[in-house]
Write a protein that binds this ligand. Structure first.
Ligand code: ZN
Length: 688
C-alpha cells in the first residue's frame, strides 16, 4: 500500500479472492471527454468541501452494489479490465490449445475453478493428505519443519506493500538494502488470520464484536472439517493468535525500512529467537543454504519463536490445520467458501453478497497466471499510440519534478544533486513489462482447482527462492498490465504504470490536457514523488538504503512531513475513528508533491497558451476537478473502517482535499480566508 497508488487486494484477501466485486455499475464519469460535469454538485462551495463539489451529484445517485464494499472510478475500470480478461479466457477456452501452453493453462485453471459440481463431489479429498500430515506431527522438531514447509513468498513490504501472511512468517525476495544489485531474502512476521494486530488487541466494541464472530467462525470451519470438540480447539487457536498479535510490530513501525534493516546470519536465529528449531525450519523451507536474511521485525521473530516453545504442540497443530482450511476455503466445497465469506465479506467489509463465480474465476486467473493473460491483454488493449502519449506525459512531469528540485530554496546542493540523479535514472515502465514470466514449470490440471492453487503457490515460492543471490532485474514489474493501479519500486528506482489504468477517465487521448494532467498526470506525479516520500527518501539513486541527506535538509523535510501528519490526523470519518496521519504519511506526501509536479507539467504542456474552457471551467479548474474526480468513492461503513485502520492510503474523500496545499487551487476557485478548507500560505505544506 505504501508505494502503490491504492490498495487493491490486501494480503488478507489475496488468497481469498473476495477482494473486489465487479458488476455493471453506472460509471462515475460519463462518455464525454474530460471532466464529468454531471458529477459536480455546484451547490457546494469548492473551498468548503472540494470532494463534494467535484463528486456530489455522483454520490447522490450512486448505490453500492450488494456484492461490493465500495464503488468508484477504480472499481469501474476494474470491471472493464475483468470483462476483457473474461473475454480472453472464453476465447482461449474454445481454442483447444496444446497441453502445456499458456493459453491451455489459462483455460484449465479457470474451468477447474468454475466446476462447482466437481468441487462438491470431491469434498475434502484434495486437502486431506495435507491435514493428515499435520495430524501426524509428533514433536516440536517436526512442527518446526512443517512451519518451514508452509513458508511462501506472499509478502511485499516495499512495492505492493503487503505485510500480511497467515503463515508463521513470510518471505520476500528483492534487491538487497545495501547491495541492490543482487536478490536478498527478507523475512516478515506473520501468523494472524485477521488483517492486523489491532483486530486482536483493540478494545473498541466493534473489534470485540469482530473477535466474537471470528471465534465462532474458527469453530464452524473446524466442525465442517470434522474435527472433534471444535469450540475448545477454536478458543485455543484464537488465544494463540492473540498471543502472536501481542508480539507483532505495528503497521506504522513496519513501514520504516530503516528499522527493518537487520541482518541475521542463519546461525544467529537460535540465539536471537530461541524456541523454534530453526535448522528444521530452514530445511523445511528449502533455505538451508541461505547464509543470511534481513529480519524485518526482529522483536516479533523473538516473540513468535518463544511461543512455538511455550504453547502446546496440539494447539499449534490445530492452528496449522485451521490456517490451511482458511487459505483454501474458496476452492473447498460451498459450505467452507460461504463460511469464509461470512467472515471476510460480511463481518469485516460489510458486503452482504458474494460476487458471481465467474468474476472470482477471473481473479484466480489474474492471481496465478497474471502475465500469461496480461500478455494477451496488452497486445489487444494497449495500442502503441497510447504508450507514446503516456511516455510524453511522464517525460513532461519528470522534467517538471526536476525543475521543482532546482527551485527548492531550503535544500543544499549536495542533496539536490543526489535527488536529481534519482530522477534522471528512474526506470519508467508503461503499459506492460519488457519480459514475461515463464510458467512452463507450473502444472495446471483441468479438474483440480485445489492442486492448481497449491502448485501455483509453490511455483511462486520456488521462483523466488531460486533467484536468491543472483543479479537483480531492475526492470522487472510488480504489477500485471490488467491491474488498475500504479507502483513505485524503491529498491529498483523504478515505476510501473499498467495498461489498465491508462484508460478513460484517467487518460483519454480525446480529453483536454487539463483533464489528463489532473487525472493520470497526478497519478504519475504521485508515483514519481514516492521516490521522495519519507521512505523513498531513504533510498539513493541506485536503490540502496543510504542516507544521502545533509542533516539540515533532513530536518526541514521531516518538519514539513510532521505538519502533513497533523493535517490528516484532523480528518475524522467517524466520531470514534480518525485518519492516522503517520500511517498514511508517505501516501499523502506523494499526493501533495504529485499534484504539484503534474500541475507544472500541465502548464508547461500549454506552451504559454491558455487552455480551452470546458463546461464553463477554465483549464486550471478542470485540472483540479479531474484530480478530485479520481477519488470519487462510496464505501460501506465496515469497509471504510477497515481501510482507516490498515491501509496506508487515506480514503478518497480526503485525498481529494490535498488540493488545499496547492497555491494554484486557491486562485483557480477564488478560495478566501473563512472557507472551510482554507489554509494560509504558511500553513500549506510544500515538500517538493
Ligand atoms: Zn502511493
Amino acid at each position: 500500500m505504501r508505494h502503490t497508488l491504492r490498495t487493491v487486494a490486501a494480503a488478507f484477501f489475496a488468497a481469498a479472492i473476495f477482494s473486489f466485486a465487479a458488476v455493471a455499475q453506472e460509471a462515475p464519469a460519463a462518455a464525454s471527454h474530460g471532466i464529468a460535469v454531471e458529477n459536480l454538485d455546484r451547490s457546494v462551495p469548492p473551498g468548503d468541501d472540494f470532494y463534494r463539489f467535484a463528486n456530489g451529484e455522483w454520490l447522490k445517485r450512486t448505490e453500492i452494489p450488494a456484492d461490493r464494499g465500495s464503488v468508484g472510478v477504480f472499481r469501474q475500470l476494474t470491471d472493464k479490465s475483468d470483462k476483457r480478461v473474461s473475454g480472453i479466457i472464453e476465447e482461449v477456452s474454445k481454442s483447444n490449445a496444446p497441453a502445456g501452453s499458456n493459453t491451455r493453462k489459462i483455460a484449465d485453471l479457470y474451468n477447474s475453478f468454475m466446476n462447482e459440481e466437481a468441487i462438491e463431489a470431491k469434498g475434502l479429498t484434495p486437502i486431506q493428505p495435507h491435514l493428515k500430515r499435520i495430524a501426524a506431527i509428533k514433536d516440536k522438531r517436526e512442527l518446526a519443519r512443517a512451519l518451514g514447509e508452509s513458508l511462501r513468498a506472499d509478502v511485499d513490504p516495499l512495492n505492493n506493500t503487503n505485510f500480511h501472511t497467515q503463515n508463521l512468517f513470510g518471505l520476500w525476495v528483492a534487491p538487497g538494502f545495501t547491495d541492490s544489485e543482487h536478490y536478498n531474502a527478507y523475512l516478515l512476521q506473520g501468523g494472524l488470520v485477521l488483517p492486523d494486530r489491532d483486530f486482536y488487541l483493540a478494545d473498541s466494541p466493534r473489534m470485540q464484536d469482530i473477535r466474537a464472530k471470528y471465534l465462532s467462525h474458527v469453530a464452524a470451519m473446524l466442525k465442517l472439517a470434522g474435527f472433534s470438540d471444535p469450540d475448545a480447539r477454536a478458543k485455543r487457536i484464537v488465544d494463540l493468535e492473540r498471543a502472536i498479535a501481542e508480539k507483532h510490530v505495528s503497521l506504522e513501525d513496519s513501514q520504516d525500512a530503516v528499522k527493518a534493516n537487520n541482518t541475521w546470519k542463519q546461525a544467529d536465529f537460535t540465539a536471537k529467537a530461541p524456541g523454534l528449531d530453526w535448522k528444521e525450519f530452514f530445511a523445511g523451507a528449502g533455505l538451508s543454504k541461505q547464509a543470511q536474511f534481513t529480519v524485518w521485525q526482529p522483536s516479533a521473530f523473538t516473540g513468535e519463536a518463544a511461543l512455538v516453545a511455550s504453547v502446546p504442540l496440539e494447539t499449534w497443530k490445530d492452528w496449522l490445520a485451521f490456517h490451511l482450511l482458511e487459505e483454501y476455503a474458496a476452492v473447498l466445497p460451498k459450505a467452507f467458501a460461504d463460511e469464509r465469506f461470512a467472515l471476510v465479506g460480511k463481518t469485516l467489509s460489510g458486503i452482504p453478497q458474494q460476487r458471481p463465480r465467474w468474476q472470482r474465476g477471473v481473479n484466480v486467473v489474474n492471481n496465478e497466471l497474471g502475465d500469461a493473460v496480461g500478455q494477451i491483454y496488452a497486445q489487444r488493449y494497449f495500442p502503441p499510440e497510447a504508450k507514446a502519449e503516456a511516455q510524453k506525459m511522464v517525460a513532461n512531469i519528470i522534467e517538471a519534478f526536476g525543475k521543482r528540485i532546482d527551485a527548492l530554496d531550503w535544500m543544499q546542493p549536495s542533496t539536490k544533486a543526489e535527488a536529481k540523479a534519482k530522477v534522471a535514472t528512474l526506470y519508467v515502465g508503461i503499459g506492460y513489462p519488457e519480459k514475461w514470466r515463464d510458467y512452463s514449470a507450473l502444472e495446471i490440471k483441468a479438474d483440480d482447482i485445489f492442486g492448481n492453487l497449491w502448485r501455483a503457490s509453490l511455483f511462486e515460492y520456488h521462483r523466488n527462492v531460486n533467484r536468491l543471490g543472483k543479479v537483480a532485474d531492475k526492470h522487472e514489474w510488480s504489477m500485471t498490465p490488467q491491474t488498475v493501479n500504479a507502483v513505485n519500486l524503491p529498491l529498483q528506482n523504478a515505476l510501473n504504470f499498467p495498461a489498465a489504468i491508462l484508460e478513460p477517465p484517467f487518460f483519454d487521448a480525446k480529453a483536454p490536457a487539463a483533464a489528463n494532467y489532473g487525472a493520470i498526470g497526478s497519478v504519475i506525479g504521485h508515483e514519481i514523488s514516492h521516490s521522495f516520500d519519507t521512505l523513498g527518501a531513504a533510498f539513493d539513486s541506485k536503490g540502496r538504503l543510504r542516507n544521502w541527506w545533509t542533516e539540515a535538509d533532513l530536518k526541514t523535510f521531516n518538519t514539513a512531513a510532521q505538519r502533513l501528519v497533523e493535517q490528516y490526523n484532523a480528518y475524522k470519518p467517524f466520531a470514534d475513528l480518525a485518519i492516522n496521519g503517520q500511517l498514511t504519511l508517505a501516501e499523502n506526501i506523494a499526493d501533495v508533491a504529485g499534484i504539484a509536479a503534474a500541475y507544472d507539467g500541465y502548464r508547461a504542456s500549454l506552451g504559454g497558451k491558455e487552455a480551452p474552457v470546458q463546461g464553463g471551467f477554465t483549464g486550471d479548474q478542470q485540472f483540479f476537478i479531474a484530480y478530485a474526480q479520481n477519488w470519487a468513492n462510496k464505501p460501506r461503513e465496515a469497509t471504510l473502517r477497515q481501510q482507516v485502520m490498515t491501509d496506508g492510503h487515506s480514503p478518497g474523500q480526503y485525498r481529494a482535499l490535498t488540493v488545499r496545499n496547492i497555491d494554484a487551487w486557491y486562485s483557480a476557485f477564488d478560495v478566501k480566508p473563512g472557507a472551510q478548507l482554507y489554509l494560509s500560505p504558511e500553513e500549506r505544506v510544500r515538500i517538493w
